[in-house]
Write a protein that binds this ligand. Structure first.
Ligand code: ZN
Length: 463
């Protein structure tokens, strides 16, 4: 048996404006892709010949432009063209890649592959839990296995499940069927956590379904609300030996998820930015973090919004505040030559401040990608960064030459705080701010999604 292995991932945000470039993708080809993928031992153990293609993965950004999409898609297609006799194909996608003028990048790639390989070739996918599934994907993918955890901690396991299912299907000579049941709901991603009910029980149920010999994957996908596209919604997807079983359990999972739609609430303090600023200044805890969720750089936003910084300046706090970081190449470049302690005028704020420190910013792989400049405005320090960055751990503050421990209130451009920052946070406030990653569905102005859609509309529905 011969199996092709590839991965191409980029979670898109159609409200963001920074499109990914080639440099934004972590890229490997050939045997090196297994530095990033967990499936090799499964295929080796099965005695399969493995044809590694490419691994290209960018963190969330704006939509993917056609030239960047084809740059990577073409390489997967070339591998398939060279091996049209492959018995199986395994691809690890995100599932929410939106390509300009094309739509779903995953669907496009699968269609092209199916034009090359014969019908009997079995295609298996691993997808992120936040995938926006197209109705058509079941026509091209035979096995779909999505993550079962949010926040995601089962990426390797999800790859292995799909690979094992692919091996099983090929060895038994089964061509599974995938049934997609879209669910007209789009609940705030940050409120859907699988560690808690009702999702804990639902995911356990989907795991039990996968123990059946005739089911190859039983999944709920929560969808990804930051893409304005017709395929944006939650869904239930089941791959099984027969179409009937796939359909029956996809509908069953869809109804179960739909019935819980009103149960998702924030488990932390989630408030409007003004209220967060007030609570942070008045709070008695040693150190309070505010996450500027609408401008979350780890969800594709630019990180350049000044709303919370301005609110903090307005209250003239008596506590020590730090806002890290604000994307402003203009500020860093124009003021870089000012010495520490020098008074400067910050144009984007229209305020005078004092330069506190010059530092560096880290990229996603912890490499140095640019410079930062920290400017004090009374008790509020703002860390301006040359490029978009994310302060997800203390190391980011250290590199920017900012002493995290010296602050009472810290504002970061994230949704939920990353685990690495939690030891420094005695209290966490989730600001329901505007921006490309705004969590308030009603404020997103989605025009292309299917309607009705809960919670924009409240209505009866059954799969
Ligand atoms: Zn996800």
């Amino acid at each position: 048996m011969k199996v092709i292995v590839a991965s191409f991932q980029c979670e898109s945000n159609s409200r963001a404006t920074l499109h990914p470039g080639k440099e934004d993708f972590e890229y490997f080809k050939g045997e090196d892709i297994f530095k990033k993928l967990a499936v090799k031992p499964i295929f080796e153990e099965a005695g399969f010949e493995i044809i590694p293609s490419v691994y290209a993965n960018a963190l969330p950004t704006a939509t993917v432009t056609e030239d960047i999409f084809f740059h990577y898609e073409r390489q997967i297609i070339e591998t398939v063209e060279k091996n049209p006799d492959a018995d199986g194909i395994y691809i690890y996608f995100h599932g929410s890649m939106e390509v300009d003028n094309i739509g779903s990048g995953e669907l496009y790639t699968l269609k092209r592959i199916r034009e090359i390989v014969p019908e009997k070739c079995v295609i298996a996918l691993t997808l992120d839990l936040h995938a926006n599934i197209t109705d058509e994907i079941g026509n091209y993918a035979d096995i779909i296995c999505g993550y079962k955890t949010a926040p995601h901690i089962d990426q390797p396991e999800s790859q292995r499940r799909a690979a094992k299912a692919l091996v099983y299907a090929l060895k038994k000579g089964i061509k599974p069927k995938t049934y997609v049941q879209r669910i007209p709901m789009l609940v705030k991603g940050d409120t859907m956590l699988t560690k808690y009910e009702p999702l804990k029980t639902l995911e356990e149920y989907s795991e039990r379904l996968e123990e059946r010999e005739d089911i190859f994957g039983a999944n709920m996908f929560f969808g990804h609300c930051w893409i304005d596209a017709p395929n944006t919604s939650a869904s239930a997807v089941v791959s099984a030996e027969s179409e009937e079983v796939a359909e029956k359990f996809a509908k069953d999972l869809a109804n179960k998820l739909w019935n819980t739609r009103k149960e998702y609430k924030f488990l932390i303090e989630a408030e409007e930015p003004e209220e967060c600023v007030k609570r942070a200044e008045e709070g008695s805890e040693k150190r309070i973090f505010i996450t500027d969720s609408g401008d979350n750089t780890t969800a594709g936003a630019e990180g350049d919004r000044l709303e919370i910084l301005k609110l903090a300046l307005k209250i003239k706090p008596s506590k020590k505040w730090c806002v890290a970081g604000i994307t402003s190449g203009e500020t860093v470049n124009s003021l870089w030559n000012a010495k520490d302690g020098e008074e400067v005028f910050v144009g984007i704020l229209g305020e005078k401040g004092v330069v506190k420190s010059h530092g560096e910013i880290l990229g996603w792989a912890k490499e140095i990608i640019g410079r930062s400049l920290t400017i004090s405005f009374g008790n509020v320090d703002a860390v301006f960064t040359e490029l978009r960055s994310a302060f997800i751990e203390k190391g980011n503050f250290d590199k920017a030459r900012v002493d995290l421990l010296s602050y009472d209130v810290v504002v970061v451009k994230l949704g939920y705080l990353f685990e690495e920052l939690k030891p420094y946070a005695d209290r966490e406030l989730f600001a329901l701010s505007d921006g490309a990653s705004c969590v308030e569905l009603k404020r997103l102005g989605l025009k292309r999604i299917v309607r009705p859609m809960f919670p924009l509309e409240d209505f009866e529905w059954k799969a």
